[in-house]
Design a binder for this molecule. Structure first.
Ligand SMILES: Cc1ncc(COP(=O)(O)O)c(C=O)c1O
Length: 382
């Protein structure tokens, strides 16, 4: 049987990993500034994480949501404390798309409405409503197309206000990434997030903060939306939550109440997933990784701004993007092939950095050396 060929891949097979480094099957070491797509939050194979998962696996890996799973309560408690949203309620699922799917559905149950406001360049996942709320027609199948989603310009308060004033009573939810990831590292402004809060309150719409990529401490605060001092009604999270173990969730403000069977999943919140998520929070807390993300992220951005070829350095914490001029469009590929550094991308010509929140200054320096050297080599040839 062949694999269903949906991913353009690099011809590299990673067999070992530690901290911010991975190794291929020929023993070559790579610096991971991509974090396996923003997933590696506490560093690869962190010993506490490995131990907690191993211990859990030796006890029990899975049983269904028909029984008590005290680890879920332990996780809700810890997540409340670390995120500062102690009065929220936790629903566990398995992926970012599923988290957004549940959030949009829950909002619709809550206010009995259908319309969703999403924004230009948004990415919310590939399942039915999540993909319908994603601004990329090429990944929306005909069956996912719906008039229930409208895309408004990002950071445009006037457009948002005018849409609300015309359709306010039809709007179920507004979904927004605090920092757009796939869209190219675009930060929602504090005043835009505050305007969403105000309008959602005024019209009883639900504010959904997609924190799948920008959340879980990556921006230096637990949720990137926290930088604007607003509380969303639902936060969705996934990537960094399990440091590679598939676990996701939504946290829900107290005003939205649960009813039996309104949401559900077979695998969500299983014993192993909870152990992974707890291990991640324990390490984020004990190693002060949010602080580290802020410090090392600021350092990286400051140093990147000194490289004249790179434009529009942006982001927060360890979610960083910058534009690469057309003549250096192979920079990302060359960083990987010539310097063994993984980075992320966004179209066109944006490099995205999404490393582990435990990235050390010396790892950042290694990256900066590599990028300067490569730009030097590429501009000398040109
Ligand atoms: C902001 C955002 N939301 C949702 C998703 C979908 O997550 P998943 O791939 O786990 O379904 C992603 C994935 O890149 C994302 O970046």
């Amino acid at each position: 049987m062949n694999l269903f060929n949906v991913y353009p891949i690099n011809n590299i097979s990673i067999v070992k990993a530690k901290g911010s480094y991975v190794w291929d099957d020929a023993g070559q070491q790579y610096l991971d500034m991509y974090g396996g797509h923003a997933v590696i939050s506490i560093g690869h194979t962190h010993p506490h994480y490995v131990q907690r998962l191993t211990d859990q696996l030796n006890r029990i890996g899975f049983y269904s949501n028909s029984i008590k799973i005290p680890l879920q309560e332990e996780l809700a408690d810890k997540l409340g404390k670390v995120s500062g949203k102690e009065d929220y309620q936790l629903f566990l699922c398995n992926s970012g798309a599923e988290a957004n799917e549940n959030a949009l559905k829950l909002a619709s149950f809550y206010n009995d409405r259908k319309k969703i406001i999403a924004f230009k360049k948004a990415f919310h996942g590939r399942t039915s409503l999540a993909v319908a709320a994603t601004d990329n027609p090429s990944i929306v199948a005909p069956v996912n197309q719906t008039d229930n989603v409208v895309f408004l310009p990002f950071n445009d308060e006037a457009a948002l206000e005018s849409y609300f004033s015309e359709h306010g009573n039809e709007i179920s939810s507004v979904i927004i990434e605090g920092i757009q990831g796939v869209g190219g590292i675009n930060e929602a402004s504090a005043s835009f997030l505050q305007a969403i809060r105000k309008l959602c309150d005024q019209y009883n719409a639900v504010f959904i903060a997609d924190s799948v990529q920008c959340g879980y401490g990556r921006s230096g605060k637990f949720f990137s939306h926290d930088h604007a001092n607003v509380n969303a009604d639902i936060y969705t999270m996934a990537k960094g939550m399990g440091n590679g173990f598939p676990v996701a969730g939504i946290i829900i403000a107290p005003k939205i109440q649960a009813k039996y069977f309104m949401l559900g999943t077979t695998f969500g919140g299983n014993h192993l997933a909870c152990a992974a998520a707890l291990a991640v929070l324990e390490v984020i807390e004990s190693e002060k990784l949010m602080q580290n993300a802020e410090t090392v992220g600021n350092y990286l951005m400051e140093e990147l701004r000194k490289i004249p070829e790179l434009k529009n350095i942006r982001g927060k914490g360890l979610m960083i993007g910058f534009d690469v001029p057309e003549e250096l469009k192979d920079l990302r590929k060359n960083l990987l092939m010539n310097h063994h550094v993984f980075t992320g991308e966004a179209k066109p010509n944006v490099i995205r950095l999404l490393p582990s929140l435990a990235l050390r200054k010396k790892d950042a320096d290694e990256f900066l050396e590599a990028i300067k050297e490569e730009i030097g080599a590429m501009t000398n040839v040109a």
